[in-house]
Design a protein around this ligand. Structure first.
Ligand SMILES: [Zn+2]
Length: 157
């Protein structure tokens, strides 16, 4: 799989047509780092058709979005990908009310998600900031050929 790079909205739209496309992308990125079961700390898993991973020992299922910026987003992972893409490719600062209108979500929802994205962006390259969250960044396309969308992983320690 190729990491998405660039700022081309049409290419981005073509690449991420469905929520499933986004989950598959996350799953592939996750597969590049070592697996460790969140429940029993075992290090091998099966990949499921829904892009989740299942521990070979205890059967714990970790969804594709678990431990990422996209975990439990109410408006769908694809919309969240687009918001990240727009935030990372725009040269202007975007307001929550504007993004709410553009993506059909409430201003409050937009503000909350955008805050998470900004936090992840600002702490990237500098982790762990507080010993609680660490951020892996991956390339999704954008400014200077390097746009970050982040995976945050709560450290179990
Ligand atoms: Zn396990």
């Amino acid at each position: 799989m190729e990491i998405f790079t660039g700022q081309n909205l049409l290419e981005f739209t073509e690449r991420f047509k469905t929520n499933e496309d986004c989950k598959e992308y996350l799953a592939i990125l996750k597969a590049e780092s070592d697996y460790k079961c969140l429940k029993c700390a075992h290090s091998s898993c099966q990949n499921r058709k829904d892009f989740a991973r299942q521990c070979n020992i205890c059967g714990h299922i970790e969804s594709a979005t678990a431990n990422t910026l996209f975990h439990k987003v109410k408006f769908g992972v694809r919309k969240a990908f687009f918001i990240c893409f727009e935030m990372s490719t725009s040269t202007k600062s975007l307001s929550a009310s504007y993004m709410g209108v553009r993506y059909g979500i409430t201003e409050k929802t937009a503000r909350y998600f955008m805050l998470k994205v900004r936090e992840a962006m600002s702490s990237s390259g500098n982790f762990p900031m507080d010993g609680n969250v660490h951020v892996d960044e991956f390339v999704l396309g954008g400014k200077e050929k390097l746009v970050e969308v982040m995976m945050e992983r709560k450290r179990k320690q």
